[in-house]
Design a protein around this ligand. Structure first.
Ligand code: GTP
Ligand code: MG
Length: 386
């Protein structure tokens, strides 16, 4: 399963984001360093399911399919807060990042209200750009230290190694970070390895992109900061974790109908005056202004836009679109763009990969070779030897 990390300074709203996305009961408080160890929970990215097109009702093995929208599980890691100098041990340091080294991307939750300083303590008019910068620098420093540790014994020989030898060493030493070969090749091409700091930054940017979540946009000062800075950064999503928590809890209690990620909700239960007032504020201040609370959007944006994952539906029977037990469209799998059919077969099961014969496209009934490059929404029967 894809792992996504939540990073940021103390009090930015990382645990709130996790709770908003998963309703997992984690500790949330205005005291810095509330989270001391990673909290891990299953969240979902959402995408239109192919069941609509085929006009069938699907039986997902994992996640769900609601109103033709498929909920595909990912693993979300809520991490302890990072302060300036964390790579030198300040605050809680960065050791916890080692546990989260398999994360494919990092969502940087930033308190855009400017009401907390770099250590998460209350203040006013804090320059939120400082957070964007220092947290990224700390993460790059962490990346650099891993690379340094990994290639320590080759350091004196680095310049004399052939490109192939260098890539092999880096692949081996960085395997824990889930860095792919082509990502190392690109980092070497763009930045070289003469300056380790440059190389580490480059490889981090390529292999573990950072997405900025401008959190707390229910607050006026955060809205102002977002308007001022939104064009300066490429991957930035405005969000209110608090609003999403309120909406999901109200929906869980049966007070409203609310679909995660949507721009509206419908009241259906008996609300107290306070509840009604709070929900109205969310509608006026967040949903109408930003189109959604931003939590689902941030997850979808990270997985589909930034990381470029596509969704494919392997089946055992192309005519019934089912597995061997008759479940319709049981699996919706996230794979990277460029994945071949043979690679998909191996990722499902080593044996299916080894006994692979061909694929059959459920739409066209055409035979697909092992080197066929998967497309988003493909429904494919994998034919293999018994
Ligand atoms: N107004 C507003 N407050 C929020 C929002 N998200 C979080 N908060 C508040 O910010 C404070 C910190 O939230 P947490 O989720 O505990 O922050 P954290 O980043 O996990 O903090 P540490 O675990 O200490 O690193 C709490 O008082 C939350 O209620 C939001 O979207 N809007
Ligand atoms: Mg926390």
């Amino acid at each position: 399963m894809i792992e996504i990390g939540l990073v940021g300074k103390p009090n930015a709203g990382k645990s709130s984001f996790l709770k908003a996305a998963t309703l997992q009961d984690v500790k949330i408080s205005p005291v810095p360093f509330t989270t001391l160890k990673p909290n891990i929970a299953i969240a979902y990215v959402t995408k239109e399911c192919v069941c609509k097109e085929f006009n069938v009702k699907c039986n997902p093995k994992q996640g769900a399919c609601i109103n033709g929208i498929r909920f595909i599980p990912i693993e979300l890691w809520d991490l302890p807060g990072i302060v300036p100098g964390a790579h030198e041990g300040k605050g809680l340091g960065l050791r916890f990042l080692d546990e989260a080294r398999k994360t494919k991307a990092l969502i940087h939750v930033v308190d855009f209200s400017g009401l907390t300083d770099e250590e998460g303590k209350p203040t006013e008019n804090y320059d939120v750009e400082k957070d964007i910068e220092f947290v990224e620098n700390e993460i790059n420093a962490w990346f650099r230290s891993i690379i340094e540790r990994g290639i320590e014994k080759y350091k004196s020989r680095l310049k004399n190694l052939s490109k192939e030898e260098l890539i092999t060493i880096l692949m081996k030493q960085l395997s824990g970070l889930e860095v792919e070969r082509k990502e190392i090749e690109r980092a070497l091409e763009i930045c070289g390895i003469e300056n380790l700091e440059d190389f580490a930054r480059c490889l981090r940017e390529i292999s573990k992109p950072i997405i900025i979540v401008a959190n707390k946009v229910d607050l006026e000062s955060a809205q102002k900061n977002y308007e001022r800075l939104k064009d300066r950064y490429k991957n930035i999503i405005p969000a209110s974790a608090e609003a999403e928590i309120a909406l999901r809890l109200a929906a869980a209690k049966g007070l409203i109908d609310y679909f995660p990620g949507s721009e509206n909700f419908v009241i259906k239960g008996n609300l107290t005056y306070e509840q009604q007032k709070a929900l109205e504020l969310i509608k006026e201040n967040v949903l109408k202004k930003f189109g959604s609370t931003g939590i689902q959007k941030a997850l979808n944006f990270t997985v589909f836009e930034v990381l470029g994952y596509i969704v494919v539906y392997p089946v055992a029977n192309k005519d019934r679109l089912s597995d061997t037990k008759g479940n319709i469209l049981p699996d919706a799998l996230l794979v990277r763009k460029g994945t071949t059919l043979k690679e998909l077969a191996f990722s499902i099961h080593t044996e299916i990969g080894e006994k692979f014969i061909c694929g059959i496209d459920a739409r066209t009934k055409m035979r697909l070779s092992s080197e066929y490059e998967l497309k988003d929404g493909d429904v494919i029967e994998i034919v293999h030897r018994a």
